[in-house]
Design a binder for this molecule. Structure first.
Ligand code: DQA
Length: 139
């Protein structure tokens, strides 16, 4: 069975409560259940942290054994050379996702330290961005 992991960065633990007009009304824990029942033939793990170093530790831990990583590094996308380096260092392919279309938002969100090291980027489709990223590992 394929082994994927979704890794969410800072403030994504507040999905459902945080700026619902931007990020929706659903918690990620609820949405994860939808994903797990939709993709029954794939093992989908989940990890969330608000701490940059913990995200790097997780990428290092699983980045040589899993089949794919779906990474929404949230605000760290735009600031973290360290997370970008970790994505570059590991073997497991990473698909970067964002719930919102970061290119239609403030200019500082147009920069990603992660994208250059990923297999691809999916953004702007709300939580469906995660479905599309999972699909990309099935093709
Ligand atoms: C986000 C976009 C980031 O710019 C922002 O800091 C987030 C969420 C998204 O999923 O749309 O926290 O990654």
């Amino acid at each position: 069975m394929k082994q994927l992991i979704i890794i969410n960065g800072p403030n994504l633990n507040l999905l459902g409560k945080r700026e619902p007009e931007m990020y929706g009304n659903e918690t990620f824990e609820d949405y994860l259940k939808t994903l797990q029942s939709k993709f029954k033939d794939i093992n989908i793990d989940y990890y969330q942290s608000n701490i940059e170093g913990e995200l790097i530790d997780k990428l290092q831990d699983i980045g040589f054994s899993y089949d794919g990583i779906i990474l929404n590094a949230a605000a760290y996308t735009h600031t973290s050379v360290g997370i970008g380096d970790a994505v570059k260092a590991i073997n497991t392919p990473v698909v970067e996702v964002h719930i919102s279309n970061t290119f239609s938002r403030e200019e500082f969100r147009h920069q990603s330290y992660i994208s250059p090291h990923t297999k691809g980027v999916i953004l702007g489709f709300g939580l469906l961005s995660y479905d599309l990223a999972i699909e990309s590992f099935i093709l």
